[in-house]
Design a protein around this ligand. Structure first.
Ligand code: HEM
Ligand code: SF4
Ligand code: SF4
Length: 531
């Protein structure tokens, strides 16, 4: 973590914790920023279509038609205009926080560079769409924006004549100019939608819709804002006067004062450097290379579970190459793999119940193998004492784990909780390494590797393969999703779990590791599809 990321992450953690007291964890707006951005896009699109029905593209008609909407048909077209404006502002707001948060949480480097870099044109297009919208109103703000923008563009040697001259007098400006602006204002959002699709190409099953309650609440807020504080124009444009004082929409036009105070060339330099820095950020500094998931064909039966669970579409099922009787085999694209290990947690071969020898599985992380995990688990379990021994299994992204370790509590860290095959929970409890297993990680709805929390819960509840065996006493398992700012809540949850375990009837006394090896039939049950 860089020195810039650490305070940002702490800040986000604190705000998120505050919002968690108001919203259910899944609704926390900070965990739904991309989805809220999309939601704003759809509101902008629908309200834009309605507003367009009443919009006249003529030089004088444009302003008048918008005045008609705002004042005469205020209850519908006026509200639609306001929704159009406020949802556009919301899109910028959610997008900017989304960028800073992905940066703070280090979700932009390594294989994620693609999603980051394709976000940069999204940023530019959102601004282009919004700024072109301000021209269409043809009020004094539009006049200011039009002249400032064209003067700024005139600095570039791309147009033969000064475009800004068009705004010197009414005679020079014609209706075709408005038609061009309308075209830009419609074409840019369509291109934006296409680039957003590219933005999410490498994210499997992206969350593009916010939870229903959050969506309804956000929409109602925009609606109330539209009635209470409707969007209005700033007086008709008048090319015979110089516009000096206008109210700016700081979401879209925040950089415009720079155009007034700096030279055009300096502003171009500033924007170019900013854009380049954004594009190059994933490689400044480059991410430490971590070994990618590797398939071991001798233990792969081509079941596709790893492919279904991988959060970054890094696994493809391809025709078998080793002559074994199965049709398919898993293949990892190392450029897409983020080394989360969720695939190893999904593989039916990932079982620690081996009579002898190493844990060998169909797919595994070379730097954090399941064989090592079994060793750590046995070591941690062997070191614990007392009648209420808890094994905490957590990821490196959630609340700090080290301080939890102590008498009767041992900690094992994984790249992601989704890396934990359910059979390892069974193993820890049935082999007497622990009296209870607590699983913890990122905050709910905010898994650093996207699906770790969801798949873990589904596997424990037997809703997803591989399923935790029925014989495992669920009372002896606790899950607590705390996030990096949730140390205190994790400690409280751990204390609560201890009390719960102490209240249970004593487990059959076993020495760590002394339990009977599971029969091959029992091993099969761990991974059965039908439960
Ligand atoms: C309005 C514009 C944007 C929208 C609607 C949007 C939407 C989304 C969505 C829906 C996701 C997937 C979230 C998930 O399911 O895990 C996502 C991920 C991401 N976005 Fe955006 N995005 C926008 C702009 C940007 C920009 C401008 C950048 C950066 C320059 C960016 C960087 C990222 C990154 C790095 C991820 C990947 C996170 C991961 O791998 O877990 N986004 N975005
Ligand atoms: S380690 Fe994660 S990203 Fe890589 S293949 Fe496995 S599940 Fe996919
Ligand atoms: S989950 Fe395991 S057995 Fe199934 S396809 Fe993937 S590597 Fe092969």
């Amino acid at each position: 973590m860089t020195p810039i990321q650490a305070p940002l992450r702490a800040g986000f953690g604190a705000v998120e914790k505050g919002l968690d007291t108001v919203f259910p964890p899944q609704w926390n707006p900070l965990r739904n920023l991309g989805a809220l951005g999309f939601f704003m896009y759809w509101i902008v699109a629908v309200s834009g279509i309605y507003v367009y029905i009443f919009f006249d593209t003529g030089l004088t008609e444009a302003y008048e038609s918008i005045e008609y909407m705002t004042h005469d048909q205020w209850y519908l077209a006026g509200v639609m205009r306001s929704l159009h404006r406020y949802a556009s502002d919301g899109m910028v707001l959610f997008m900017l926080i989304h960028i800073v948060r992905e940066f703070a949480l280090d979700r932009y480097r390594g294989p994620r560079w693609f999603t980051w870099v394709t976000g940069v044109p999204v940023l530019a297009l959102v601004f282009m769409a919004g700024i072109s919208g301000y021209w269409l109103v043809w009020d004094r703000l539009a006049q200011y924006v039009a002249i400032a923008t064209t003067e700024w563009f005139d600095w570039l040697p791309i147009f033969g004549e000064y475009v800004a001259r068009n705004f010197l007098s009414v005679e020079r400006l014609d209706d075709r100019f408005f038609t061009l602006m309308i075209f830009i204002h419609i074409a840019v959002p369509l291109i934006l939608l296409f680039i957003l699709w590219v933005h999410l190409l490498r994210v499997s099953g992206p969350q593009i819709n916010p939870p229903r309650g959050l969506a309804i609440g956000t929409f109602l807020m925009l609606l109330v804002l539209s009635f209470v504080y409707p969007a209005v124009s700033q007086g008709p444009a008048d090319l015979s006067t110089v516009v000096d004082l206008v109210g700016l929409d700081w979401f879209y036009l925040g950089l415009y004062p720079l155009v007034d105070y700096w030279s055009d060339g300096t502003v171009w330099g500033f924007v170019t450097v900013l854009g380049l820095m954004l594009i190059l950020l994933p490689w400044m500094p480059p991410m430490r290379r971590v070994a990618k998931a590797q398939v071991d064909l001798t233990h792969c039966n081509g079941c596709t579970w790893c492919e279904e669970d991988c959060p970054y579409s890094a696994i493809r099922m391809v025709p078998r190459t080793d002559g074994s009787p199965f049709d398919l085999q898993a293949e990892v694209d190392a450029d897409l793999c983020v080394s989360c290990g969720i695939c190893a947690g999904a593989c039916p071969s990932s079982t620690p119940f081996r009579v002898s020898g190493e844990v060998k599985t169909g797919i595994d992380l070379p730097d954090a193998s399941l064989n090592d995990l079994r060793g750590q688990l046995a070591e941690a379990g062997g070191a614990m004492a007392g009648d209420c021994r808890i094994l905490v299994v957590g990821c490196g992204q959630g609340a700090p784990l080290r301080s939890l370790a102590g008498e009767g509590v041992a900690v094992v860290r994984l790249p992601c909780v989704g890396n934990l095959p359910p059979s390892f929970i069974d193993y820890a409890l049935s082999r007497g390494f622990a009296d209870g297993v607590m699983i913890t990680g990122c905050a709910e709805g905010d898994c650093h590797y996207r699906f770790g929390i969801r798949w873990t819960e589904d596997r424990i509840h037997r809703d997803r393969d591989p399923r935790l065996r029925r014989r495992v006493d669920r009372e002896r398992i606790a899950v607590h999703w705390a996030g990096s700012a949730g140390r205190r809540s994790l400690e409280r949850a751990l204390d609560g779990f201890k009390e719960r375990l102490r209240a249970l009837p004593p487990k059959e006394a076993r020495r760590p590791g002394a339990g009977p090896p599971a029969s091959p039939r029992a091993q099969l049950e761990t991974v059965s599809r039908d439960g």
